[in-house]
Write a protein that binds this ligand. Structure first.
Ligand code: TRP
Length: 478
């Protein structure tokens, strides 16, 4: 018999409900909240996107998160094996495990580009750390960021990084190495420990910088920008984007949560836990918007700058703001913590699978998979310089213009995650044994009936419609 993470979960499962919540919130809260969400809101015109996103989280994301936990804890193994066991115990074909396979592949692919973006964060921690230090040594720790160089030089930092394959690959390697090290250390001694240290620090920083932004930036305009809906912007591709973002931000459809669910003790009530995690993640995305947009709008910069919002606009804003050098440093440390607790969940899904499937030891599995994901990430990094003209899915209209990293991001987020979610919903809503699911979910009576109804009917219908019209917008316009 091959060792299963279920068996390891026995020694290595979460030590408490709180540890599980912190690890899962850590998985959910990441670049998705602080880099991707504000970027998408900015590009897609604010309030209408936010409203639609909230609908996706409440009606699709939250019920599916509970479904992932239920499958994981019932199967007590990695995503594929858990799905397979639940299928077997429900008397349906073990082929249903295919959604577990899609999830693990999606998680692995996301990890590869996630680490590249997290590498940019490390680069900015390095830059702003040096800047703060030199200010502090000059006896002026509360100066603006980068006081001695012009605004063009500051906004040019991102371009300089992107032009250099060596720098991009070095910081990407550094981030992946830390991720591998934590996952290799185990569920209890690695993942849980990281989450219990990093998440409280993250929340403290988030609160401080948001208060700072509210006082020094333009909070009123940020509120208006985030919450004034312009429904003409809400086209089917934008809806697809919002749905994909909900999956991405909640960490749905990529194996991580099934795997984390397998390490949860039997006495933890999963339904309120899934609700807590989804709502916390959503609150963090909104607060991140309220942290970033007042600062960007306060100095009159463009809120729809796309991915450059964080790496170009913010550093420029920090240049003229009080204590900008210190706040800039803290800001990038905050993103780094958030990214790290997420990337470990992305690696844990495939790692648990490899331990199960091939009987590998945990450190070996984590290292091999980390190395493979690193190599794919190298291709993403080269996509900004030597391979700048490469369009991997250029033949497909919606990906015609996207570089390597954006193609991986779009393909996983817009297609793989929702597809896995669709299959998961059909499986839990229709195929899995009702009593088994009910017992695991922690719901009963009307609440259980409502949840299963949403998973069986609403989730598949909504996800298929959004996928169909999002991927083939021509269907609507003829
Ligand atoms: N949710 C994380 C974020 O918002 C990213 C992430 C971690 C993820 N695990 C995942 C995304 C699993 C999809 C699937 O940054």
């Amino acid at each position: 018999m091959v060792a299963t993470p279920g068996a390891q979960g026995g020694e290595q499962g979460w030590s408490s409900r709180m540890a599980f919540i912190l690890a899962a919130v850590g998985a959910a809260v990441g670049l998705g909240n602080i880099w991707r969400f504000p970027t998408l809101v900015g590009e897609n015109g604010g309030g209408a996107f936010v409203l639609f996103y909230l609908g996706c989280v409440l009606l699709i994301g939250m019920p599916l998160m509970l479904s992932e936990f239920v499958v994981g804890r019932a199967g007590k193994s990695d995503a594929v094996q858990s799905a397979s066991r639940v299928a077997e115990r429900s008397g349906v074909s073990r082929r249903w495990r295919v959604f577990g396979g899609i999830e693990i592949l999606a998680g692995f692919l996301i990890l590869s580009f996630y680490s590249v973006v997290a590498g940019w964060v490390i680069y900015y921690v390095w830059l702003s750390g040096g800047d703060f230090l030199s200010n502090a040594l000059a006896g002026e720790p509360f100066r603006g960021a980068f006081p001695d160089i012009g605004q063009d030089a500051v906004s040019g930092m991102m371009g300089a990084l992107f032009e250099s394959p060596v720098r991009l690959i070095l910081v990407h390697a550094a981030f992946m190495a830390v991720t591998v090290w934590i996952v290799a250390s185990g569920v209890h001694d690695g993942i849980e420990k990281a989450a219990t240290w990093l998440m409280p620090a993250f929340f403290a920083l988030l609160v401080c910088i948001t208060i700072y932004g509210a006082f020094t930036g333009d909070f009123g305009r940020a509120l208006a920008f985030l919450f004034t809906p312009d429904f003409s912007k809400l086209t089917p591709p934008v809806m697809n984007e919002a749905l994909g973002q909900a999956f991405f931000s909640l960490s749905l459809g990529a194996g991580g949560l099934i795997t984390y669910g397998a390490y949860v003790a039997k006495d933890v009530n999963l339904a309120p836990t899934a609700a807590t995690i989804s709502l916390t993640d959503t609150a963090v995305a909104l607060v991140a918007g309220l942290m970033i947009f007042p600062i960007v709008l306060g100095v009159g910069l463009d809120p729809s700058a796309g991915p450059a919002l964080i790496f170009q606009s913010l550093p420029v804003a920090f240049q003229t703001m009080p204590a900008g050098s210190l706040i800039g440093l803290l800001f990038f440390i905050l993103i780094f913590f958030a990214a790290l607790t997420s990337s470990i969940s992305l690696l844990e899904g495939p790692t648990a699978w490899a331990i199960d499937r091939f009987g590998l030891r945990r450190p070996v599995a984590a290292m091999l998979l980390g190395l493979l994901a690193f190599l794919i990430g190298v291709a993403c990094a080269l996509g900004y310089n030597v391979w700048a003209d490469v369009r991997p899915l250029g033949f497909w209209g919606i990906f015609a213009e996207t570089d390597i990293l954006d193609t991986l991001d779009g393909f996983t987020g817009k297609i793989m995650l929702p597809l896995a979610g669709l299959l998961l919903a059909i499986f839990v809503g229709w195929k899995a044994d009702r009593r088994l699911i009910e017992a695991e979910s922690g719901l009963s009576g009307g609440a259980f009936a409502l949840w299963r109804f949403v998973v069986a009917w609403l989730c598949p219908a909504a996800v298929s419609l959004i996928l169909l019209f999002g991927l083939f917008p021509g269907l609507l316009t003829g």
